[in-house]
Write a protein that binds this ligand. Structure first.
Ligand code: ADP
Ligand code: ZN
Length: 435
């Protein structure tokens, strides 16, 4: 099944022709409406884009980065007048200012189409009852899936996240057939369901439409076995409007992009040049139809590869492989984006501790993530003072909670016991892949 079959099976030459036409329009639109792009396009000699003749000319267009979003917070990259903006979303925003995305009415419609494609490719039909267990709010995931699923005619339950018992009760009572969540939360729910005392036959669940963080095949299989469902993965990010950028089809051999709305490239993150077709590199995406906040060559920092060969499902749009990590050191813990530098900044501002630390991330038997931060004391004397030690530890934990938006366990260790590094520091010990 496909949501927009004509588009999803469009021959490659036609996709490329459409992309070229839309790329030119987007460059002109950005040039005319966003001062930052105007300046950069002029500096790069691209101007309003009228010189762009082929898709490969995209290489002359400068990249856009997450810092550009931060530096132009909140509306500096907005291209449409505010009166045409009907929705604002933002990323989890752990690094100081959040990343903001704005949408016109038309943007919302296209978004709902892209998400509908992903959901239908994942097996959703109008007969399904889907529970959305993403946190509702500024996060693009919940409302993105919400409108995409309604667009198909599925029944949507806006459960939001948290309160596991209630989540499971809704699943049983409302005859839920599909779950939308992060893979880690889906895994947790599935473990709880097994332990909850109700027979698994009380659940009508068939599908998991999961995304917003990496999901290995091993993890996917575990969720599938626990719930007796089939899981599909989908990918997106706030800067590009949220979910709906790409998603698994029934073949699950790469996630199909919505290539009529997003133009993907893979670059070598060091040189900025295109890698050979099929090689791994950093995913860069240009939006082709967004009006509220169009983005030229956004460096996603996600490492993946693109497959342009035809897929057994009949879709012609290119497929991205599951991501193989990121070019930056961003961690995703319990769905929250965390940069180690944020932690470092907190420690630098804290008295009595050194900026030497280690982050240990584990996943417990119930598949919940835990972050432990080992922090080195400057002065060993404090080790003999239990009260002072406890107070310091609590104070750091409270700061971490308020700035990261995440609970972390702080362990204070004696001076000079945290490993020192000659070259690039290896401060992160992520043990989650061991399950
Ligand atoms: P979110 O809307 O999930 O908070 P953010 O914009 O904060 O999104 O984070 C986007 C990042 O999440 C992506 O750059 C990518 O690293 C990660 N991500 C999202 N979906 C997936 C997925 N299906 N597989 C792997 N990583 C994903
Ligand atoms: Zn396919």
């Amino acid at each position: 099944m496909m949501f927009q079959k004509d588009i999803e099976t469009m021959p490659r030459e036609q996709i490329n022709a459409l992309q070229l036409e839309r790329l030119k329009q987007t460059v002109k639109y950005c040039y005319d409406h966003v001062p930052l792009y105007h300046k950069r396009l002029d500096e790069a000699g691209v101007g309003d884009g009228s010189k762009i003749k082929t898709l490969s000319d995209i290489e002359y267009i400068p990249f856009t980065t997450k810092d550009d979003f931060r530096d132009n917070y909140p509306f500096g990259l907005t291209a449409a007048p505010m009166k045409d903006i009907v929705r604002i979303h933002a990323s989890s925003g752990t690094t100081g200012k959040p990343t903001v995305g704005v949408y016109t009415k038309e943007d919302l419609k296209i978004w709902a189409d892209c998400v509908a494609r992903v959901a239908v490719a994942g097996g959703v039909t109008a007969d399904d009852v889907i529970q959305i267990s993403f946190g509702y709010g500024l996060f693009t995931g919940a409302l993105g899936l919400h409108y995409g699923l309604e667009n198909i005619g599925a029944t949507v339950i806006p459960a939001s996240s948290g309160n596991t018992e209630k989540q499971l009760m809704m699943m049983r009572d409302y005859g839920v057939t599909g779950l939308v969540a992060t893979p880690s939360y889906a895994l947790y729910l599935s473990e709880c369901a097994k332990k909850s005392g109700y027979p698994m036959s009380d659940y009508k669940l068939k599908l998991g439409i999961l995304g917003s963080e990496p999901c290995t095949v091993a993890m996917r299989t575990k969720i599938e076995e626990n719930f007796g469902i089939r899981v599909s993965d989908n990918y997106g990010m706030t800067e590009l409007g949220g979910p709906g950028v790409s998603g698994d089809c029934e073949a699950r051999d790469g996630m199909h992009f919505a290539e009529d709305h997003f133009l993907p490239e893979i670059i070598d993150p060091e040189t900025g040049k295109h890698v050979a077709e099929g090689e791994y590199g950093e995913l860069v995406i240009t939006t082709l139809t967004r009006k509220g906040m169009p983005v030229l060559r956004y460096k996603t920092r996600d490492i993946t590869k693109i497959d342009y060969t035809p897929c057994s499902c009949g879709r012609t749009h290119a497929r991205m492989a599951k991501t193989r990590g990121r070019t930056d050191d961003m961690l995703i813990i319990k769905g929250v984006n965390v940069f180690p530098t944020q932690i470092e900044n907190i420690l630098i501002e804290t008295e009595n501790v050194a900026p030497h630390y280690k982050l240990i991330i584990t996943r417990d038997a119930a598949f919940r993530d835990h972050l432990e931060i080992q922090v080195e004391l400057i002065n060993a004397n404090i080790l003999d003072n239990f009260q002072a030690l406890t107070e310091l530890q609590r104070a750091i934990e409270a700061k971490m909670q308020s700035i990261l938006g995440l609970r972390a366990k702080v362990t204070l260790v004696p001076p000079n016991t945290v490993e020192r590094f000659q070259g690039k520091a290896k401060r992160i010990d992520d043990r989650r892949n061991q399950i």
